[in-house]
Design a binder for this molecule. Structure first.
Ligand SMILES: Cc1cc2nc3c(=O)[nH]c(=O)nc-3n(C[C@H](O)[C@H](O)[C@H](O)COP(=O)(O)O)c2cc1C
Length: 223
């Protein structure tokens, strides 16, 4: 089984590299003989915008970074949003039990970019299980009680209406109950983010990510 395939938009980190460099294990087959090169090519770049997801349960706030955010319905006047959260992550249990989250898109304008990278480093690089990650960021409380990141470009707040348990993660869907655009400028995509976060941070992220993948394999009965 391939153990070193890219994950969470890692393909975008080196967009200009040839496929063979981007997917060094691409000749390998996955479970059931799946062609992992074709898999990676199909998925590459489908979700280019990282979101900062924050939540609250029982007075405890937390947040993480995700590349799985998106719309969750088609009714224009009754919007829904969706996000997929790995069970290993602390935020998973808070969203599961609290039933609310806020989903922020980050900005790439010169006056926002440093704060955006700060948010990714703070929320996406380590777990908040034993540390209050939110206290390092500028926030206000939203209508759901979720922390709103004041340095984000824009956000929606969501009350969960349904969730799908997929052994390794849960896909949450919910009603958008609030939305606000906080700043002007463009959206930060994952290619620009990986480049600006720098190799040291992304290497450390990859190392820290390993136990998460091992946990997911166990939850799926693959390890
Ligand atoms: C670009 C990027 C994308 C990520 N996508 C997801 C995702 O879709 N789902 C998820 O559960 N974690 C995702 N993560 C990992 C979490 O953000 C990370 O494990 C975080 O430290 C978890 O924090 P927590 O334990 O405090 O919830 C992503 C991280 C980065 C940097």
């Amino acid at each position: 089984m391939a153990r070193d395939l890219p994950r969470y938009g890692v393909t975008d980190r080196s967009r200009k590299a040839p496929m063979t460099e981007r997917f060094p294990m691409a000749d390998e087959q996955g479970t059931g003989g799946v062609d992992l090169r074709a898999y990676a090519f199909t998925m590459a770049g489908l979700r280019p915008i990282p979101v900062a997801v924050t939540t609250v349960h029982g007075g405890r706030t937390n947040g993480l970074i995700s590349l799985s955010g998106g719309p969750g319905g088609i009714i224009p006047e009754a919007p829904r949003a969706t996000v997929s959260i790995t069970k290993y992550n602390f935020s998973h249990d808070l969203i599961l039990h609290g039933g609310v989250f806020a989903m922020h898109v980050l900005g790439n304008a010169p006056e926002l970019i440093d704060a955006s990278l700060d948010i990714i480093r703070t929320l996406g690089g380590r777990t908040g299980r034993d540390v209050d990650k939110m206290s390092a960021l500028h926030t206000k409380s939203g209508v759901t009680g979720s922390p709103i990141l004041l340095d984000a470009l824009t956000y929606v707040e969501v009350r969960v209406t349904g969730s799908l348990d997929n052994e390794e993660n849960t896909i949450f869907v919910g009603d958008v109950v609030a939305a606000e655009k906080l700043h002007s400028g463009g959206r930060l995509d994952i290619g620009e983010a990986w480049t600006k976060l720098g190799k040291d941070w992304t290497d450390a992220y990859d190392r820290n990510h390993e136990p998460q993948i091992e946990h997911s394999r166990r939850m799926r009965g693959l390890a």
